[in-house]
Design a protein around this ligand. Structure first.
Ligand code: NAP
Length: 542
């Protein structure tokens, strides 16, 4: 009998599933589990559902995938009933959506909030996982699904004197739930990634003065956000299934609404390609990166696209020195391209300064602010927009022990190794959702999440039918998967800069290109083949 809403479990009465995380992955995994009469408990360290969208409440937080695509497809009534108000949804609306889903599918009673999974141990004698929480609760389950998110452990660099600052200090990825008042304040912000680029225009508009500390400039494309076009919404809702199916054929699982263009940059002369870039710039958003077929793979083509963006920056920022400082020189797209509203325009405000810390790193944080290049900058409020220990950070914070007591930290000491981004050899019945080796952050996360969870649930059905106790990836299949992923990445321009995709933003982290870069459709085909062919690369045991 399923143990729906059962508060605890034991070795003789285990749950089917422990799910860690109540973001979009955890919510869908729970919905699927309950729908198939499987007992499940979700452990969530936050006080409510939403994952990324629960923690990232900084001003201007907004999704860079359009609303009609960044949503679940699994339930027709849900996708018909829910109404988005903007082309790109803002964090509060996405969080409302996550709450709506949790309530609509009666998921909350199965979620333990404010509950951190502390250790997870595979008990070989009974083939069960024992999960202990930081509160001391213990759960036994047959399976674990790690829905822990890719950008869920903040990266707070170890600046000298980091905790000495006496004013207000916040990290964008762990923003307070209460409103932060910038009125009349001198604000400093460290970092110029997506989080910073989204928040800078809003903070600048309400604070007395904003100083931006930039180590590496980023490419940012205007969102051209606005109220959602109701005709467009109705057109999609009339054939939402077809729209989803079209998106699933796209390399990143979204963008099917955009004009298709399979030509090379070199197929057009300079004026033709500028027109094409301009058209994509006017459409706005991440689609700019795929203005042509070869900007992601051919360095010369990429440099032409990059120069177009730099010229946009030069044409927007009135102070030439600031404009040049804002011009990135790395490969366009090798760090995730940002999507903004009035980012570059904000540097034309009299109350905003840009300070490069590229050649003069931040020397230390002081009680009043920070020092770089021998200059003390004073603030009332300091923001760390310094990113995340991406993809592996949260998993490695949990003491996870597989067969023979080997820990995940030991297993991944030279970098993450998974099979299909779903399973880890030596860790039976243990699944990751959108972890390393998955298209995850290079795709529409919700699309990938649904695909992963569906695959996992099909696998559990197969195991039930075959009456097998465990499934485990083989070492060979896992190392082959990593090698294949690395080989694809090596043929792209991704490995050319120090991005968080490579773990290069965290000192000491192994430099491995973590997401699967072969595209969502080919990834799905591989997963479907594995299922159809009886799970090669996995071993089952009774
Ligand atoms: P991020 O892209 O990793 O940016 C972190 C920033 O902090 C970088 O500019 C980095 O400089 C800087 N930094 C880190 N350590 C530093 C140090 N010691 N000294 C000076 N500067 C330092 O982080 P993020 O902006 O939070 O974005 C992370 C990811 O989250 C994005 O790439 C995106 O995938 C996702 N995100 C998405 C959205 C959206 O949907 N629109 C919004 C926000 C975030 P370097 O570049 O030199 O390392």
């Amino acid at each position: 009998m399923p143990l729906l809403n059962h508060p605890t479990s034991s070795e003789t009465n285990p749950l089917d599933l422990i799910i860690v995380g109540a973001g979009f992955a955890g919510l869908y995994a729970l919905q699927r589990a309950l729908n198939s009469n499987r007992s499940a408990v979700v452990l969530e360290r936050g006080g409510d559902v939403g994952g990324t969208w629960y923690w990232n409440r900084y001003p201007g937080a907004r999704c860079d995938v359009q609303s009609m695509e960044y949503s679940y497809s699994f339930d027709e009534a849900l996708q018909q009933n829910w109404s988005w108000t903007e082309r790109y949804a803002a964090q509060p609306e996405i969080l409302d959506y996550a709450n709506h889903v949790a309530d609509r599918f009666a998921l909350r009673p199965h979620i333990r909030f404010d509950t951190l999974a502390d250790s997870m141990t595979f008990l070989e004698d009974c083939s069960l996982w024992r999960t202990k929480t930081a509160k001391g609760d213990v759960f036994y389950s047959r399976f674990c699904i790690m829905a822990t998110g890719c950008l869920s452990s903040t990266n707070l660099p170890d600046f000298e004197g980091r905790d000495d600052f006496k004013g207000e200090a916040y990290h964008t990825g762990n923003w307070p739930h209460e409103p932060v008042d910038f009125t009349g304040k001198r604000v400093g912000i460290i970092g110029t990634g997506s989080s910073s680029i989204q928040s800078i225009p809003i903070i600048a508009a309400s604070c007395a003065h904003l100083t931006v500390f930039q180590r590496t400039p980023n490419y940012s494309i205007p969102a051209h956000n606005g109220p959602i076009d109701e005709d467009y919404v109705q057109a999609i809702k009339q054939q939402y299934g077809d729209f989803r199916a079209l998106n699933q054929q796209m390399f990143a699982g979204f963008g099917a609404h955009q004009s298709r263009w399979d030509a090379s940059v070199f197929d057009l002369d300079e004026s033709g390609r500028t027109q094409r870039f301009e058209a994509r710039w006017q459409e706005g958003g991440l689609g700019f990166s795929s203005s042509f077929s070869d900007t992601g793979s051919n360095l010369e083509a990429n440099q032409i696209a990059a120069e177009f963006v730099r010229n946009k920056i030069r044409g927007t920022v009135t102070d030439p020195e600031t404009a040049e400082q804002l011009c990135p020189d790395q490969v366009l797209g090798c760090k995730r391209v940002c999507v903004d509203t009035d980012y570059y325009e904000t540097y034309n405000r009299a109350n905003v300064d840009l300070v490069s810390v590229k050649d003069h790193p931040i020397e230390r944080i002081t009680p009043k602010g920070l020092i770089t290049n021998g200059t003390q900058y004073d603030f009332d409020l300091l923001i760390f927009a310094t990113g995340f220990d991406a993809m592996t950070g949260t998993l490695l914070k949990i003491d996870i022990q597989g067969r023979g007591g080997i820990t995940l930290a030991e297993k991944w000491s030279a970098g993450p190794v998974t099979y299909l981004g779903l399973a880890i050899d030596g860790f039976p019945n243990f699944f990751t959702v959108s972890g390393p080796g998955s298209p995850s952050v290079l795709s529409n996360m919700i699309v990938t999440i649904e695909q992963h969870v569906n695959w996992i649930m099909d696998c559990l059905d197969t195991m039930q039918a075959r009456q097998t106790a465990t499934i485990e990836a083989t070492e060979t299949a896992s190392s082959d998967w990593v090698k294949a992923g690395n080989a694809i990445a090596a043929g792209t321009l991704f490995p050319t800069c120090n991005s968080w995709y490579l773990g290069a933003n965290v000192p000491g982290k192994p430099r491995i290109f973590m997401p699967y870069v072969g595209g969502f459709p080919s990834y799905v085909e591989i997963c479907e083949n594995v299922k159809r062919e009886g799970y090669p690369g996995f071993v089952f045991s009774n």
